[in-house]
Write a protein that binds this ligand. Sequence first.
Ligand SMILES: [Cu+2]
Length: 428
Amino acid sequence: MSLRNRWGLRAGLVQLSVLLTLLGSLLPTPAAAHGERATEPYIRTRTVHWYDVTWSSQKINVSDTVTVEGKFHLFTDWPDAATKPELAFLSNASPGAVMTRVESYINGMPAQQSVRQLEIGRDYSFKLVMRGRIPGRWHLHPVLNVHGAGPIVGPGHWVDVAGSAADFKVPVTTMTGEVIDDLQHYGVARVQWWQAGYALLAIAWIVWWIRRPLIVPRWNAIKKGREDLLVTRTDDRVAAGLLVVVLVVVIAGYRYTTQKYEYVVPLQAGSFKTKPLPQESPVVTVELKDATYDVPGRSLRLDVEITNQSGSPLRVGEFSTANLRFINQSLDVALAGVDPSFPKDLVPGSGLRISDDSPVAPGETRKLRLEATDAAWETERLVSFLTNVDSRVGGMLFFFDGGGQRHMAEVSGPIVPVFTQLRLAEKS
Ligand SMILES: [Cu+2]
């Protein structure tokens, strides 16, 4: 290719990309996600495993509520690079304040405050009650904000909020019986007046000083031993006056507030503690022997050794990681475990392939190969675990016994990428 052609091609590509960027910004497209896929895979696969998550509704009106509830398991193989959940706050991930969180619970305890000392390896239940505020189509997730590790987002589902934003009101009756029609705007004007007043004082104080020659002339004066020129008697008087004004404003403001509002409760800034959900005695042990991610085949392969310690035969029903659920398609009880409200895009249709799906007898130890194959590994941007510093993978395995009872077990270990699996499969 001649130099001119190459330049022509490059200019064409630049024009094309500019055009696409312009089109992208001019044509309104719904946001497909809001950052949940940007979290590093080692966080998404090895910290908080959300399960049994349900949404009470996918269509609500402004001021109606939608309840998101379920459970989460804190993974034992918690990555070194993420702070342990010593302090955490249960919240919702949605684009801005499009919904108002009116209630939140961990293990049935009110969770408006942060929760302390969550135990790794244990499970907790949660519940969020959200009230529609701004009409639109919003992706609503539960999220656990772990101090030092950041927000760890659960599965998200689209919720349509219909109606008019003007209809949204938060009426509240205070302890003293005062009725507030709409908490959204209550006291906002007063806060803004106070802020404006203090801003005015601050600006006046700055202007008082910067109207005079500044840094270099003042430095020169100090070098010549004439500090006395820098702060005049008038400056002293203005400073003293300002101090008096601020003190009077603070004291008078405080007196006025306590007289007008007899009972004032400070913002609640504490934290609470809750015991994890009761732990069942281990029914099955899972040892990860080998894990590979087949890059061209988009397939995660786990070679595990399973020992059934229960008195009932067990089958593998589900492998769940990073909010993706790979279900054993030939196990009805596992399929039934997917709530109809659960987002379909997080349940790959290809499901989970198991090398030997016959029930593992009580006391039996069996080696199994589990294959979770789907483009979701790419679309959910999970394959970058190959470039992570610790190249490990983790997830939850759900087993079902003869009676349809579910038992969970963690599976985790090192993982290596492979690029040749497809060709080997063709040969054999
Ligand atoms: Cu989302």
